[in-house]
Design a protein around this ligand. Structure first.
Ligand code: ARG
Length: 451
């Protein structure tokens, strides 16, 4: 790295290296602004035509990757304007009438986030479909449900997978809700006080497709980056959810659990230990969650002591936002693929649910249904379990005599309690019985199809 004694202010100020990603939005905003200037009588019909033709050419250059970016021009707004002037002459300079880079950049970023939200919601839907499809194939698969990572009660694997889907449903709802506050059109706010030209801002908002219309306060419109914070917060939480699933894939694919195999595309071998298949995709999703959280904290910290209205600090909003969008998008895609490629070892899962003490709650419920106060029933079963553990036995080894020793309320039908019957007993809405879970899979599918 070369160092210059006085630093290099121009390149320090520059944002082109990253805000070039906003180019198409900058052009779209400029086309609409040219039309608005035309309607306001600032540009003639002929001028509007020339400007929009020039912008169309720029748009083509961008699409084909031959737009001549000039790093010395600081940012994307100057680049587009200067190229326009090259193409159509001094008229290009008229486009900036009544507009400031402050409302221009606010517009560009809002347009970008609107598209990003659409993409995230699509990515979430694909991930949810992967979970629901796996669930549909595992309505008959029994496994231990966990609390404190201790085997707790038998559940259906499908029920567990649909729990992850619920989190993703909330994520999608959060992004949709955030969109309402992104969907506000800031152009016409100019530097901070509002433009001095008779711009029809309602028409401009319609032209640019902003459902919530123009912003109400010009000072707020150029200062507000709440919509970025909200997007990043929703992304941070969505990554938490992916990371929690990823953590389970890591743990479940270990030899200790042996509940699942990750397909080879989503795993890697070790360069030294031939027996290994490492769950890399899951680990990376878990790992990348950290930086998405970092971007949220960075944005909040950038904003926290900023006076109104625009300050150059706000230029720092972009890199974290772009990385958040990319990381979430990629993580959703990889997680969806990884989920589709999971092979569950249903025999191992069944063994894990039958060979321990997962039916203890069921036994306590049995006594409670026979009239024992639940606390007493709990105590009796606690003793049953403790005795079995000291004798190195599990519940399935116990005889009716063992049961009756801890409570006379136990009758021979207690031996008919199984993991299946325990699951079937939980037929409340939201419970893990087969019928409920089958219904939940259908509901999840319908929900996805209605979106
Ligand atoms: N590159 C700037 C940003 O991203 C654009 C707005 C600059 N406005 C200004 N008054 N310097 O925030």
């Amino acid at each position: 790295m070369t160092s210059t004694p006085n630093g290099d202010p121009a390149s320090y100020f520059a944002s082109l290296a990253f805000d070039r990603r906003l180019a198409e939005y900058d052009v779209r905003g400029s086309v609409a602004w040219a039309r608005a200037l035309g309607a306001a009588g600032v540009l003639s019909t002929d001028e509007v035509e020339q400007v929009t033709k020039g912008l169309a050419q720029i748009s083509g250059e961008l699409e084909e990757g031959r737009f001549p970016f000039r790093p010395e021009l600081e940012d994307i707004h100057f680049n587009v304007e200067s190229r326009l002037t090259e193409l159509i002459g001094p008229l290009g300079g008229k486009l900036h009438t009544g507009r400031s880079r402050n409302d221009q950049v606010a517009l560009d970023v809002r347009l970008f986030v609107k598209d990003a939200i659409d993409g995230v919601i699509e990515g979430l839907a694909a991930y949810r479909r992967a979970l629901v499809d796996q669930a549909a194939g595992h309505i008959g698969t029994l496994m231990p449900g966990y609390t404190h990572l201790q085997r707790a009660q038998p559940i259906l694997l499908a029920h567990h997978l649909l729990a992850h889907e619920e989190a993703a449903v909330r994520d999608a709802a959060r992004f949709r809700d955030a969109l309402v506050r992104v969907d506000v059109m800031p152009l016409g706010s100019a530097a901070l006080a509002g433009t001095a030209y008779p711009i029809d801002r309602e028409a401009l908002a319609r032209d640019l497709g902003f459902a919530e219309g123009p912003s109400r306060n010009s000072i707020d419109a150029v200062s507000d980056r709440d919509f970025i914070v909200e997007f990043e917060a929703a992304a941070a939480l969505a990554m938490v959810h992916l990371s929690r699933l990823a953590e389970e894939v890591v743990v479940w694919s270990s030899e200790e659990f042996g509940f699942v195999e990750v397909s080879t595309d989503y795993a890697s071998g070790s360069s030294i230990m031939p027996q290994k298949r490492n769950p890399d995709a899951a680990e990376l999703v878990r790992g990348k969650t950290g930086r998405v959280h970092g971007h949220l904290v960075a944005m909040l910290t950038t904003l926290k002591a900023l006076p109104l209205a625009y300050n150059r600090d706000l230029q720092e909003d972009k890199e974290g936002l772009f990385d958040t969008v990319d990381t979430l998008h990629l993580s959703l895609g990889v997680t969806a693929g990884m989920v589709r490629g999971l092979t569950f070892r249903v025999g191992r899962m069944l063994d894990a649910s039958t060979d321990g003490f997962l039916l203890a709650t069921e036994l306590a419920d049995y006594l409670a249904k026979k009239g024992a106060p639940f606390r007493e029933a709990h105590g009796a079963v606690r003793k049953l379990v403790d005795d079995a553990i000291s004798a190195e036995r599990t519940l399935s080894d116990l005889t009716i005599d063992d049961y009756q020793r801890v409570s006379p309320l136990f009758e021979p039908d207690v031996l008919e309690i199984t993991v299946e019957s325990a699951v079937e007993a939980r037929g409340v809405p939201g419970g893990t019985s087969r019928n409920r879970v089958r219904g939940a899979v259908e509901e999840a599918r319908t929900r996805l199809n209605l979106e």
